[in-house]
Design a protein around this ligand. Structure first.
Ligand code: HEC
Length: 152
């Protein structure tokens, strides 16, 4: 700072604080990126299955099975390190209730894994009402957690 004019020094400070903001107010930007990226992978796989189940796109059993398998694999990533303490601050929709009720939050995550396992095991054949039911249960597992722990 010795060679900087006061004006240049304060400009440097403003630039540095902008950088901090861009990476999350409390340094949790990478964790927030991780968890929202995993959620993006969830949606990427869930949406086409939903479209097939509703008859909006033709049923392709191999494609459906692949999405069911990948969604199950993604659900089994360890998402919890993506929710470090205090990471309800910053550019995030995570509610503080996650850390106030950590057991409840992890139960919702476990319920998702069970639902995606059941769907992956059932996929690959005809689009029966049982398969649709299992897909519905996956969607319910997403919504149930979002209702409790995500801002909207
Ligand atoms: C255990 C709780 C939980 C489960 C289960 C869950 N989510 Fe989320 N989801 C969250 C939370 C919390 C956020 C907010 C994260 C943030 O903004 O930091 C979120 C955010 C999202 C987002 C927004 C991502 C972004 O870019 O901001 C999408 C999309 C999403 N979830 C899809 C899904 C889908 C699809 C499923 C089911 C297959 C699912 N989620 C299951 C807790 C959950």
């Amino acid at each position: 700072m010795r060679f900087l004019t006061p004006l240049a020094a304060s400009a440097a400070l403003v630039a540095a604080s902008g950088l901090v903001l861009a990476h999350g107010k409390h340094g949790h930007g990478k964790a927030i990126d991780y968890r929202t990226s995993v959620m993006t992978v969830f949606t990427w796989n869930l949406r086409p299955m939903g479209a097939m189940a509703k008859g909006k796109t033709p049923y392709d059993k191999a494609l459906f099975a692949r999405h069911a398998r990948d969604l199950n694999a993604a659900a089994h990533l360890d998402l919890l390190p993506g929710f470090p303490d205090g990471s309800d601050e910053g550019d995030t929709e995570a509610r503080p209730d996650i850390w106030l009720d950590w057991d409840g939050f992890t139960e919702k995550y476990a319920a998702l894994k069970q639902a995606t396992e059941a769907l992956a095991a059932a996929a690959g054949g005809d689009l029966t009402s049982s398969v649709k039911d299992k897909l519905g249960k996956v969607g319910d597992a997403c919504k149930s957690c979002h209702r409790a722990y995500r801002e909207r």
